[in-house]
Design a protein. Sequence first.
Length: 245
Amino acid sequence: MSGHSHAANIAAKKAKTDAAKGKIFTKVGREIAVAAKSNPDPDTNSKLADAIAKAKAVNMPNENIKRCIAKAAGELSSDNYEELTYEGYGPAGSALIINALTDNKNRTVDYVRTAMRKHGGSMGNSGCVSFTFTNLGVIVIERTADLEEDVVMEYALDAGADDFIAEDDAFIVHTAPANFSAVRKYLEEKGLNFFEAQVEMVPQNKITLTGDDLAKFQRLVDALEDLDDVQNVYHNVDLPDETEE
């Protein structure tokens, strides 16, 4: 199995995750609470189980996860969060897809539009860039000295994965979105540790930016990710240290 990895330099990516733990916990916690609102049992709610796996991948403590699930039965039960997706363009023809989870659509679109405009981007119509991305389940597995590549690849094949990529510091498994939950659960039961586990938009091709264009683009992504309502930002830029979400 082969393919182009979108997750090079996992160590740098994890460092960014650690530096922004509080904000990331809040965002992932909201996903857990929203998923748990209809059914708080991860054994029978695959969306909740996937959200919990995502939380564990960013080292969210179990107590935090339990509080988020309990919150779904309390104050969140009266909240109506809406999942929104925006598409647009960044500097030098870069493409972005922004996922949000909000209880105030007008507030969120205003914040996203302002961040885009301030940092050289522009909002586009639905579908303007998404056709250049593929919706994939992505599981990034920590590569340790005692973990053999052949063994992990066999696990991935047995689980029903579509692609397996070996990196210096991680193994990347791609799945169809419909198979993600089953593959994630199988690999989790094998005792593998994840750096990342979620369904996301992966660019079919990446572009390289340099100089001012790169600096502007990085500021744009940082500004979008800093918004409370924004859950994920996907793009097609090959960042030098892959510090994307």
